[in-house]
Design a protein around this ligand. Structure first.
Ligand SMILES: Nc1ccn([C@@H]2O[C@H](COP(=O)(O)O)[C@@H](O)[C@H]2O)c(=O)n1
Length: 613
């Protein structure tokens, strides 16, 4: 094998080189070993159910082909390395476990989103976890996190500013904060903060970050100086409210190390708020495992013992801390490289059992069920919009076909509108399965309509929603802020992948790429020193897209009454826009009815059964 032979292959047969042992496409190894420090962190965020890894064979997908069983084996070996090096290694997650794949969203009627996939998450030895906004769109999901997820982590599932109301009593979904000691005896005070999200379901509450830092419990929690503040949270490390939390702590502890592990905007990002702090964000969909190392001083109690400390808790150590960060592509080549393992010495029995369990769950949920064969790739940002290869254009085409099936209103002319943010992942050429349907469109949103809207009014809604009205004004700032608060975060991710594409073009990308034989993937530029990406890649082509899309307008007279159909997620904005583009009538939710029983999660499958068979 050219590998060690101390193995038992996953299926129990030696040398059975299954697809799992050898990734389906050759993968470039990491560029260099990790830098280890006295304290080290592995970070995941925004995993959204992607626990079976990315399974498509076109790049960049193979970069992310490691599954959660592989990740478990990786964590296990890294823990061993940490022991050998006699340093701390923590595992942290920053939330959004719901909404994204068949494993989280392919459950049978009556089930709870991500309940089954979360059982695998619960197997990992996370030291700290934070709640995400996707844990809050549906009350039952939040309740499941409170009752069935948080207890496993013994006070380390953190929801500092997020409560759930049960039987009239409002309480934290997890815990507000945690205090614990690392293996090496470092005292950690940890928080789990959610950005100012407003799209949460009733009977859940999100306290604005600015108000949270003024709470008495917050002051009490940060009063005593630990060796390290660990601020996990579902909040982007750039352009959001981390400085509010950071400054509140700095006001009390000017030099205590602060590590921030953020999420939500789905990007790889890093910055330093001062020389004794680093903030890291580790992408999305298990496309990134973040690594941070910090050369922290020995724990305070040891330094006191040795007579080094003079009361500040940090002894004479006030200088900048040496940090490193790295964005790992989660695949077996990466994992094996950094643990010094080979194909046959990498898997642990525990990791294998997680992989097997996930595969069994995929079977139970019938995730390989095929609706048809996608004739080519349909991408969100790699193809121009509109175009034959654009997923947005496909959905515009699919809505009128799928949503009118067995629908008594099918013969009434209409316009159908949805938000492009509801489309979460590209469709690849080949079999289009239940899992593919759910990765592309995971939200079980329903479709509503307002009848008898004059065609001229209905036609004005899409351009107004997209902020490109007749006078070409940009959508006003308050609408942008409202969209952000409700969870419309796609703009940030798109800015990020556009920036790497434009940078590459300026730097003469294509020639360089060919010379260096680079595969496609993320090419990160952040505000931390040195190169962050663990494996060098070339960026994907980028085309911008609108926030909202619609089916083709019917060819009818301006005053013809038509059905204005839209996905329920955008109901508030849409009614506001309808009232802004005409003044004859004030529309309210009383004018809105259910258009069909077909959900957004089913739309592409119904279309594929008709068009791709
Ligand atoms: N029912 C829902 C819920 C959310 N969305 C879309 O999800 C995006 C927010 O997700 P993050 O992972 O970025 O927090 C947002 O853009 C919404 O468009 C939805 O469509 N339906």
């Amino acid at each position: 094998c050219g590998d060690d032979h101390t193995h038992d292959a996953r299926d129990g047969h030696d040398h059975a080189h299954t697809k799992r042992e050898f990734p389906s496409s050759p993968l470039a190894p990491p560029s260099r070993p990790l830098t280890w420090g006295a304290l080290n962190i592995l970070h995941t965020t925004d995993s959204h159910g992607w626990l079976l890894g990315h399974q498509k064979t076109s790049f960049p997908e193979p970069n992310y082909s490691g599954d959660f069983g592989d990740f478990a084996s990786f964590v296990s070996h890294m823990k061993e390395l940490a022991l050998k090096k006699d340093v701390d290694l923590l595992l942290v997650d920053s939330g959004d476990l719901h909404d994204g794949t068949g494993l989280s969203d392919g459950y049978a009627p009556g089930g709870v989103d991500a309940h089954a996939s979360n059982q695998f998450f619960k197997e990992l030895p996370y030291d700290v976890l934070a709640i995400g906004n996707h844990e809050l769109y549906i009350y039952n999901n939040t309740l499941d996190m409170h009752q069935n997820f948080a207890p496993r982590f013994n006070g380390r599932y953190l929801s500092s500013n997020v409560n759930i109301t049960i039987d009239g009593v409002s309480k934290p979904v997890g815990s507000r904060f945690a205090k614990f000691k690392t293996r090496k005896g470092r005292a950690v005070t940890a928080l789990g903060v959610l950005y100012d999200f407003t799209g949460n379901d009733k009977n859940t509450t999100v306290q604005p970050v600015e108000a949270m830092v003024k709470e008495a419990w917050f002051a009490a929690a940060i009063k005593d100086e630990p060796d390290l503040f660990l601020l996990a949270g579902h909040m982007p490390v750039s352009r959001d409210n981390w400085p509010l939390v950071f400054n509140a702590i700095r006001a009390v502890h000017p030099i205590t190390p602060i590590i921030i592990l953020g999420g939500h905007s789905h990007i790889r990002d890093c910055l330093q708020l001062d020389g004794r702090s680093m903030s890291l964000e580790s992408g999305r969909y298990m496309e990134t495992v973040g690594w941070m190392s910090a050369d922290l001083a020995a724990p305070k109690h040891e330094r006191r013992h040795e007579g080094e400390d003079h009361g500040s808790g940090q002894g004479s150590d006030t200088k900048n801390i040496t940090f490193s960060r790295r964005y790992l592509d989660p695949n077996r080549v990466t994992y094996e490289y950094h643990t010094g393992r080979g194909n046959f010495s990498f898997d642990t029995a525990w990791g294998r059992s997680i992989t097997k369990g996930l595969e069994k769950l995929a079977k139970t949920f019938d995730l390989s069920f095929e609706y048809g064969t996608a004739p080519h790739d349909f991408t969100i940002n790699q193809a121009p919009y509109p175009s034959n290869d654009s997923l947005l254009s496909l959905v515009e085409q699919a809505m009128p076909i799928a949503l009118t099936v067995n629908n008594t209103r099918a013969s009434t002319p209409n316009i159908m509108i949805t938000n492009s943010g509801s489309l979460r992942f590209d469709i690849y050429a080949g079999p289009f399965t239940k899992n593919d349907q759910l990765t592309a469109s995971p939200f079980a949103d329903s479709f509503l309509y307002i009848p008898n809207v004059p065609a001229v009014v209905a036609k004005a809604v899409l351009p107004a929603l997209n902020g490109a009205g007749a006078d070409e004004r940009r959508r006003d700032e308050s609408m942008e802020a409202e969209l952000w608060a409700r969870g419309y975060v796609g703009t940030r991710y798109r800015e990020w992948i556009e920036e790497m594409y434009r940078r590459d073009v300026v730097e003469g990308g294509e020639a360089r790429r060919a010379a260096a034989n680079l595969t496609l993937g993320y090419v990160t530029s952040d505000a931390c020193p040195g190169v962050g990406d663990d494996t060098p890649h070339a960026p994907l082509e980028f085309h911008s897209i609108p926030d909202f899309i619609a089916s083709a307008a019917p060819a009818v007279a301006d005053d013809a009454p038509i059905d204005l159909i839209f996905v329920d997620f955008i109901e508030t904005q849409l009614i506001g826009i309808v009232n802004s583009v005409q003044k004859d009538k004030v529309f309210t939710t009383a004018d809105v009815s259910q258009y069909t029983d077909i959900l957004a999660t089913e739309l592409l499958g119904i279309f594929a059964q008709q068009a791709w068979n």
